[in-house]
Design a protein around this ligand. Sequence first.
Ligand code: NAD
Length: 360
Amino acid sequence: MRVGVPKETAPGEERVALVPDVVARLDGITVVVERGAGVAAGFTDDAYADAGATIVDDAWSGVDVVVKVAKPATAEIERLQEGQLLIAFLQPLTDREGVGRLAARGVTGFAMESIPRITRAQAMDALSSQATVSGYKAALIAADRLPRFFPMLTTAAGTIAPAKALVVGAGVAGLQAIATARRLGAVVSGFDVRPAVREQIQSLGAAWLDLGVVGEETEGGYARELTADEQRRQQEALEERVPEFDVVITTAAIPGRAAPRLIPASAVAKMRRGSVIVDLAADTGGNCELTQPGEVVEVHGVTVVGTLNLPSTMPFHASQLYARNVAALLAHLAPKGDLALDWDDEITAGACVTREGVAA
Ligand code: NAD
């Protein structure tokens, strides 16, 4: 089986779908890598060649499988051939048009987002691996932007009180943000609408912020969208509590939906000057009313960070983790390099979003 790794073309995308270490370990698979595909992430063509890959000018043709990070642009879809497999973040819940185009092209598309969150598929879980990067980076950005220390310091010039950080939404990214902010010495609180998360927050040494809003967990482990009334109560409760914090990191998400609006402008207006909000939901519209996706803005003296695609800002490790996820999926779809698609298998069927001209 031949696998092609094209260079990513989406603006600001620095990651690459396979890295040399992982290429070297792919059993029975020939890998062709587009010239320069890994450079932005720190992987040279020579490193790929040493790992056994062939460097080419076109990684789309003559391959059975194309592996990418971001969904292909329209012009890239034209380069795919009928019967080829495509593995990437295809955004199946929010980009129906793109998925439709892939189906029309006769491509068998596997969306990394659609891999079931089951124990057997953990090694393929790219949502988790990339969320880990985002959560870590969010805490670092907050520490960098804050005009205060995170840790408590006792110095000859007196004692500095630690920063107080709140993390709203404690899935994979939120828990990593909590752990990182704690390691930096902040006093951290966390909140999530899924009640099961309370224990996970506390096990990281953070406090549970009780907002009196309790949601439910769906079968897939995700949060159910709150009703309008629950949302209003959550906003009111947050408006009251948010001004206590120097840093607020928001990560709340409902798959396939716009990010829930949690922090109204009126809550930001009550925060201390110099406080920082890092909105990890900026990619889907933002959890804070004042977030400008892709921008860092200052409102009422509060910095609101809406930087997009945080995993791409740490492309080396983000790519390394993503590549391991892709390799695990390849090994699942093609044990020993021979494609054997079992449509009765939960992972194969769950991850497939286009097949035989039809969009799932
Ligand atoms: P996500 O990115 O979809 O959402 C982030 C968090 O936002 C979630 O914890 C969600 O509960 C929370 N949220 C949604 N609406 C909110 C609101 N109004 N206020 C506050 N918080 C809100 O979540 P994720 O990080 O992808 O994780 C989703 C679930 O999948 C978790 O239960 C996680 O433990 C589970 N998971 C399972 C596996 C596995 O078993 N293989 C792997 C990874 C994750």
